[in-house]
Design a protein around this ligand. Structure first.
Ligand code: AMP
Length: 214
């Protein structure tokens, strides 16, 4: 089963994708994570995308489609979770073609709905374990005072994403509404869209997603 988690930055796509990986053995394909890894390792592509990402703008379709193509063609999986991809109609069309070439189908598109105020509050308060990627929130789930991650038990530190600031967030939200939100209508028209309330407790959102998939 291959699915897309669709929603604005801060909707909780990454958190829910991690649950699906742990519990269903699916493979998470996050273009944001791939691009951050390229940036951190200083590859040519990483250098090209660094400034675009810091501003909160979208990197070109060619780059992200290339990253996804490589994964779909080489990784064996009993299901991909597309997290943060597609973000434009051109990416959505390319994904259809890539899946068809591999004899795969797209089985569900889950839109995680969250209101804008909640997004800003979530994003500007979030930090992540440098070891395992567990997400913390200053208000609802502060980083442990002893510095030990409650998920992996390591103390590798907690980092804030460079683009999790109000200025970049404005651009990210604008990009979402201009370029990504048309995908809601696109997948609705194809009969593939299901909406889930992304504002609930993590466990409730998780259960709602399970209902869609089972
Ligand atoms: P994310 O981790 O999904 O919030 O992505 C972080 C940043 O990576 C975005 O703000 C974009 O600059 C870039 N990015 C990630 N996925 C895509 C995509 N599918 N298309 C274009 N840019 C992307």
């Amino acid at each position: 089963m291959n699915i897309i988690l669709l929603g604005p930055p801060g909707a909780g796509k990454g958190t829910q994708a991690r649950f699906l990986v742990e519990e269903r053995g699916m493979v998470q394909l996050s273009t944001g994570d791939m691009l951050r890894a390229a940036k951190d390792s200083g590859t040519e592509m990483g250098k090209i995308v660094a400034d675009v990402m810091a501003r909160g703008a979208l990197v070109t379709d060619d780059i992200v489609i290339g990253l996804i193509r490589e994964q779909i063609e080489t990784v064996k999986s009993n299901g991909f979770i597309f997290d943060g991809f597609p973000r434009t109609l051109a990416q959505a069309d390319a994904l259809n073609d890539l899946l068809a070439e591999e004899g795969e189908t797209l089985d569900a598109v889950i839109e995680m709905e969250v209101d804008d105020e909640a997004l800003v509050a979530r994003i500007t308060a979030r930090s992540t374990c440098a070891g395992c990627g567990e997400v913390y929130n200053d208000n609802t789930k502060p980083v442990p005072a002893d510095g030990i991650c409650t998920n992996c038990g390591e103390s590798k530190g907690f980092t804030r994403r460079a683009d999790d600031n109000e200025e970049s967030l404005k651009t990210r939200l604008m990009e979402y509404y201009k370029k990504t939100s048309p995908l809601i209508g696109y997948y609705y028209a194809k009969g593939q869209l299901t909406k889930v309330n992304g504002l609930g407790e993590m466990a409730t959102v998780k259960a709602d997603i399970a209902t869609v998939l089972d």
